[in-house]
Design a protein around this ligand. Structure first.
Ligand SMILES: Nc1ncnc2c1ncn2[C@@H]1O[C@H](COP(=O)(O)OP(=O)(O)OP(=O)(O)O)[C@@H](O)[C@H]1O
Ligand SMILES: [Mg+2]
Length: 177
């Protein structure tokens, strides 16, 4: 039977999700270090969570791990004021952006991030500013504050890219969907 017109353009994407408790800043660092080697050119991490949730802390751990893997150590400043910080890590560019001060997708478009989605590894704080311009294949990390002072981390992304990665990050391999 023929598919209905336009059906060929539809791609059914199933998301998978993993949740982890991060009791201390060191556990946030450890999560970043474990994720870092799994990231490939073209991957984007959308880092969500309230002010002080640990988004920059996590991004710094990822960037530091990728630079160390190349035998390099560098200061990794917060991009709060510069908006975008760029690092060359071997044959891949790492882009760390903090979109908090942007009004919305039009402002974000001026940063030219869409030119980076395909080839760089992008870590984006306050990705809600992108509206619907965020790349569809991104891994979404949501950090929330727990009453005991720690953080909860929820990671969600399209299963075809992220299921194996998330299973590896959770000790029990517990990934939904
Ligand atoms: N699992 C954790 N438990 C407790 N504190 C943590 C944890 N992870 C990170 N932190 C701490 O949270 C604080 C704020 O971190 P960070 O500056 O990365 O937040 P942010 O989400 O980037 O904030 P902003 O929205 O202002 O950019 C830091 O002092 C960091 O050490
Ligand atoms: Mg930050």
């Amino acid at each position: 039977m023929r598919p209905p017109a336009g059906a060929a353009k539809l791609r059914l994407v199933t998301d998978c999700t993993a949740t982890l408790a991060l009791a201390t800043p060191d556990e946030t660092t450890a999560l970043g270090r474990r994720l870092a080697p799994q990231l490939r050119p073209g991957d984007t991490l959308l880092l969500d969570g309230p002010i002080g949730a640990g988004k920059s802390h996590f991004a710094r751990a990822v960037i530091d791990a990728r630079l160390r893997a190349m035998g390099r150590r560098e200061d990794i400043p917060s991009p709060t004021y510069t908006l975008v910080q760029t690092y060359e890590a071997g044959d891949v560019t790492l882009i760390h952006a903090d979109l908090y001060r942007l009004a919305g997708p039009d402002d974000a478009a001026e940063l030219g991030l869409e030119d980076a989605w395909d080839a760089a590894i992008c870590l984006i704080e306050w990705p809600d500013r992108l509206g619907s311009d965020a790349p569809a294949g991104a891994l979404h990390l949501r950090l929330s504050l727990r009453p005991d002072g720690g953080r909860d981390a929820q990671l969600t992304g399209p299963a075809d890219r992220w299921r194996a990665v998330l299973s590896d990050l959770t000790t029990a391999g517990a990934v939904d969907a």
